[in-house]
Each structure stands twice: as C-alpha cells, then as structure tokens.
Design a protein around this ligand. Structure first.
Ligand code: ZN
Length: 300
C-alpha cells in the first residue's frame, strides 16, 4: 500500500499523551481509518460456536495450521490440496481459490438474501467490510469452518466430502441459528427454516399374556456413536431384566438389529420361552417378517 507525504502542509498532533495504543497503531488508525475493525466482536459472538470462534481467531492471527503456515514455522513437507489435488494447501487456495471451494461459495451465496453478490473472496480480513455492510459478518467464518472440517475428513480419514455437502452443512447451521432466534431470516428458502412442529403420539404398552414376558428394545444412532437397550417385563409390568450398552453400528437400522440380537440372546440364556418382542423400528420388523429384503451388512 502506497502512502504519500504532503510536504507543504503543517504537522499535526496524532497521538495525545496517555493514550492506550502504541504509536504504530495510532499512526495506522489515523492513516487508514476505514480499516478499524472490532475483531473481537467479529470472532467472539453469538453466531459462532466456541470451536468456530477459536478457529476464526487462529485464522485471523495466522495460527491455523494450513501447510503454508506450517512451512513458515519450519515444518516443511509435501503439500497438496485435499479437494482438487492439484495445488499446494495455502490459505487463499484452501478457502477461496480452489475449484471445489468456489463451488461451495457458489452454492451458498444464491441461498442468501444479499443486496449484492460482488463480494471479495480472497482474504478474510479484506472481505470483512463487504460482509459487514451486508450485516452478515459471521458467514465467512462459518463457511470456512465447514470447509476446514471437510478438508480434515478428506485428509485424515480419506472420506470425500462434496462441495454441495459443505454448502448444505453451512445452510443447516444458519437455519439452526435462525430457529434459535440468533440470526435474522437471511435464507431465501424459508420453508426449511421454520421450526417444524413435532407431532406427539401417545403409545400404550400392552402387557404380555399371563405367564409371558415382553421385551421392548431400542437402538439409537448419532454418527459415530450408537447404543442399544432393552427391558424385559412380565404381565404385571414388573421389570425382570434390562440391559443397555454402547455399540458399533453404521446406521440406526443396525443399532436396532443389534438391540434385538442381544434381547434374544439374553432371553435364551435366561430361559424365557414365552417371549414377545417389541421394537420401534417398522423397517426392521418388516425385514424380520420377510416383507422387505435384508441389507447385506445386517446379514454379517
Ligand atoms: Zn484445491
């Protein structure tokens, strides 16, 4: 950036005595007042989760360990962008210039209610003012966070994440902010952003016939965690046995299947002969009763 000195004009006082800022900061603020940005508000705010805030803070301070930053710190090694595989992993490429990442931005921007789409895309600190003018300062950091997460998934887990998936993750996050009243409705498609009304249905537990035992099983799945549980009760509703455990499963159906497997296993060990099994997985019941084909991985 060039700065000229007007030798004809008189000197003026820039820094008064007893100010808190340094001389360099005072001169910089005086010369470039348009660059005064409250970075703390930009990073620590209600829109970003603590992880996102730390990520943004590291990004703005040049601490985020992209390959170019690691090189500057002496950790030199081979570098390749996980998305396009044809460029070194440097900040500008990873978050703005990569062909895959451009698709993320291109998917995301049309979904936002922006007055103009002529935003600068090459630097977080320089593009900040454009986003601030749109009253959307957290968007670049939220997007960068999901790009960074996808990059790690590709690099360290060898799992491909498409640009459309990254954009969808960003949009889902923004919808969540809107649903919690933290963000105005900035998404064009508001049908998804209106909180869905949850329907409740009262379900009765019917006891088994006298002398019989009923086991109710359930499997839960929230990637990558899964768990199972079950409870055996007699016709008086008395609990005879229950179990619960974390398990390894690849989807909710497998978790439900594992729950039934262990319920049957325990019933056999305990000698429960007159047994009724109830599961809340309609698909699994249809599979067991032969109305649906069995997925190959459940046969293992
Ligand atoms: Zn790339």
């Amino acid at each position: 950036m060039k700065s000229s000195i007007d030798r004809e004009s008189k000197d003026i006082l820039i820094v008064k005595k007893k100010v808190s800022q340094s001389l360099s900061a005072a001169i910089a603020n005086f010369c470039f007042p348009q660059h005064r940005v409250s970075w703390s508000n930009c990073v620590w705010n209600k829109f970003l989760s603590p992880s996102m805030s730390f990520f943004s803070w590291r990004l703005l301070h040049g601490f985020q360990p992209t390959d170019d930053i690691l090189k500057l710190k002496g950790l030199r090694g081979p570098s390749r962008c996980g998305f396009c595989k044809s460029h070194e992993e440097i900040i500008k490429h990873l978050f703005f210039q990569c062909s895959t990442v451009k698709k993320v931005w291109n998917c995301l921007i049309p979904k936002l209610k922006l007055e103009t789409v002529q935003l600068s895309w090459n630097d977080f600190s320089l593009s900040w003012k454009d986003w601030q003018d749109q009253d959307l300062p957290p968007i670049p950091y939220i997007t960068a966070w999901f790009i960074w997460m996808a990059k790690n998934k590709i690099k360290y887990e060898d799992i491909w994440v498409a640009a459309a998936t990254i954009a969808t993750n960003c949009i889902s996050y923004l919808q969540k902010l809107y649903c919690h009243g933290k963000l105005p409705d900035i998404l064009h498609s508001t049908s998804h952003s209106i909180p869905r009304k949850i329907k409740f249905a009262l379900i009765h537990w019917d006891p088994p016939p006298k002398g019989g035992i009923k086991v109710n099983t359930d499997g839960s799945f929230s990637n990558p965690y899964a768990g199972i549980g079950g409870v055996f009760r007699n016709n008086n509703g008395k609990c005879l046995l229950y179990f619960h455990s974390p398990v390894i499963a690849k989807d909710p159906l497998e978790a439900e299947t594992v729950a039934i497997y262990w319920a049957m296993f325990m019933a056999q060990k305990c000698g429960f002969t007159s047994l009724i099994l109830e599961s809340d997985s309609r698909v699994l019941i249809d599979i067991i009763e032969g109305r649906l084909p069995t997925p190959w991985y459940l046969l293992q």
